[in-house]
Design a protein around this ligand. Structure first.
Ligand SMILES: [Cu+2]
Length: 423
């Protein structure tokens, strides 16, 4: 009962009757369309399956992976309708290609994807060299008199064991990337695992304003991590965001009383849950964050977190998680948890084994059948954004029965014709 109280009976009902039928099919349809639009080669298509649909860098004739990241600012829309000014990394539309130096707001809008928090993951491979070029396009939506204009940025590759020249700490020994300048970081990953990139200039303000992204390093082209096989792979980045502090940076360039910094939003992959299940900005309408899996499958979840002081306590209903790696290193022996604390800078990789459910019962918050269960921050501060509950770090396991896949010609009991995009 306590579980149901957490999100309310109304939400339970709507979950079961609407979400899995309508909203999810729309999102999956969009994913397929997007992949088609990229016109990928068969090899690239295979890699996209390893990266769970995330786009890859370009590969030059010597096999070196090439990424071009651009720093810029802009607005992200939250599920409560608020537009929050952020700055962070982005890339060319639909790719990590080099589109030259970008210096004006018009060029940003024409050539680059809108800024996201966190920005898109970078996928690398062990032993394969990567060149990551950072371009600083400047700020384009800040007050002309704000001190945030013209600031420099870097990329710190958090968790990678690298030489100081590519460590991204300003002037140790490489100067940060000034406005309208660029710098190329070259590295060859040694270890597979889950890592993150973030700016290291004025770190408190730049990171918390939005300058961070996941880095996933694969051992090979198969769906394995740390020697474990998995069927599906989700990266869930938990973070804090203060619209109030960001607004002060946008207007003045300094945050007044930094010791009182407080998160207005607690995010999973840049979004909050909201009781409007149709809202396109909700965490469960993000295919990167809604955990879709079928019976008998093994799901790899890569948790990572960044923030000022919040400790997220990740709690999935209906499943225990097998912790297989901490901070990008395989554990000598795995262990099981159903509540996992994670704080700024940490990465925790877990496997969730979805049982073969004998029944077709749909159930919220129990493991009696395929269906929807929630996973949320049990440190309940993280379930309250802008003073409202449950506007916070909550997503769902959307577990589907294999029976429906095995019999595509049999209409579902709801009377709808079978649509592979829906199931
Ligand atoms: Cu920066």
């Amino acid at each position: 009962m306590g579980i149901v109280k957490l999100i309310g009976w109304w939400t339970v009902g709507v979950f079961l009757s609407i979400t899995t039928c309508v909203t999810i099919s729309n999102v999956l349809g969009e994913e397929v369309k997007q992949t088609a639009a990229w016109s990928l080669s068969p090899e690239e298509q295979e890699l996209i399956s390893v990266t769970n649909g995330d786009i890859l860098g370009e590969r030059d004739k010597n096999g070196v992976w090439d990424f071009h990241l651009y720093t810029t600012d802009g607005y992200i829309e939250m599920a409560n309708g608020e537009l929050v000014w952020v700055f962070g990394y982005t890339h060319a539309k639909g790719s990590f290609k080099d589109v030259g130096e970008v210096t004006t707001k018009e060029q940003v809008e024409q050539l680059l994807e809108p800024v996201k928090v966190p920005s898109d993951p970078i996928h690398l491979f062990v032993g394969e060299k990567a060149r990551i070029t950072l371009h600083n396009t400047g700020m384009h939506c800040a007050d002309p008199n704000s001190g945030i204009n013209h600031v420099a940025h870097t990329i710190h590759f958090h968790g990678l064991d690298l030489t100081p020249s590519v460590d991204g700490v300003p002037s140790l020994p490489v100067d940060p990337v000034l406005e309208h300048k660029s710098f190329t970081y070259e590295l060859t990953p040694q270890y597979e695992g889950s890592f993150m990139g973030h700016c290291h200039v004025d770190s408190f303000n730049h990171i918390l304003a939005g300058m961070y992204f996941p880095i996933i390093i694969h051992q090979d082209r198969t769906k394995t991590a740390y020697g474990y096989k998995y069927d599906r792979d989700y990266t869930l980045f938990f973070s804090e965001l203060s619209a109030t502090a960001n607004e002060q940076l946008q207007e003045a360039g300094v945050v007044h009383g930094l010791q009182d910094w407080k998160a207005d939003y607690f995010l999973i992959n840049g979004r909050t849950f909201t009781d409007n299940l149709y809202h396109p900005c909700s965490v469960i309408n993000d295919p990167r964050s809604r955990i879709v899996a079928y019976e008998d499958e093994t799901v790899l979840l890569r948790f990572m977190a960044i923030g000022a002081d919040h400790v997220f306590a990740i709690h999935p209903h209906g499943y225990h998680m097998e912790v297989v790696a901490l901070d990008g290193r395989k554990l000598k022996s795995s262990y099981e948890k159903d509540t996992l604390c994670i704080t700024s800078g940490e990465r925790i990789d877990v496997l969730v084994k979805i049982p073969h459910f004998a029944s077709q019962r749909k159930c919220l918050s129990c493991n009696l059948g395929a269906g929807v269960t929630i996973m949320h921050d049990h440190n309940l501060r993280g379930m309250v954004s802008t003073g409202k509950y449950p506007l916070g770090a909550l997503t769902i396991f959307d577990v589907r029965s294999k029976e429906k896949v095995a019999k595509p010609d049999v209409p579902l009991t709801e009377g709808k014709p079978y649509n592979p995009l829906e199931h």
